[in-house]
Design a protein around this ligand. Structure first.
Ligand SMILES: [Zn+2]
Length: 148
């Protein structure tokens, strides 16, 4: 990744910021942040933040592997700003993440139980549905406008 500094002055300096993919994925895992990376030729590489039990917060599809880590860093900074991983990110990444609009997941979106607050994966995408909370066992009804 190239980062331009001093771009408003005559002097243009570019420094190379290297990100080691193995190190970053290990740090995300060690930070107890769940992600799914699913490559299916030739539909692209689908990256999702979250998991099948607690639901997904965001998803994106990439044609190139290069896009995965910058997106994951911003998604984690956006949805888990207090996490250790997000706290150690470059402040520029966090600032961009705060403003970025993320695509909501097509399936398995995270819905918090109104009885106990536990996160659950919505069984279906947009319409009204009901499910049993995986944490407290209460029945939860969800209308389209309640899904966020
Ligand atoms: Zn519950």
């Amino acid at each position: 990744m190239f980062r331009a500094s001093g771009s408003k002055s005559r002097l243009f300096l570019a420094t190379i910021v290297t990100v080691d993919p193995a190190r970053e994925l290990q740090r995300i895992y060690d930070g107890e942040i769940n992600v799914r990376i699913n490559g299916l030729w030739d539909c692209g590489i689908e990256v999702r933040l979250g998991d099948e039990v607690n639901g997904f917060l965001a998803e994106e599809t990439f044609a190139l592997v290069d896009g995965i880590l910058p997106w994951l860093q911003q998604a984690i900074a956006h949805f888990y700003p207090a996490s250790t991983y997000a706290q150690e990110l470059d402040p520029e990444v966090s600032a961009a993440a705060a403003k970025r609009v993320f695509v909501p997941p097509s399936i398995g979106r995270r819905v918090n139980c109104p009885h106990c607050g536990a996160p659950n994966a919505a069984p279906r995408p947009m319409e009204e549905f009901a499910f049993i909370c995986s944490h407290c066992g209460e029945s939860v009804s969800v209308g389209a406008k309640q899904i966020q």
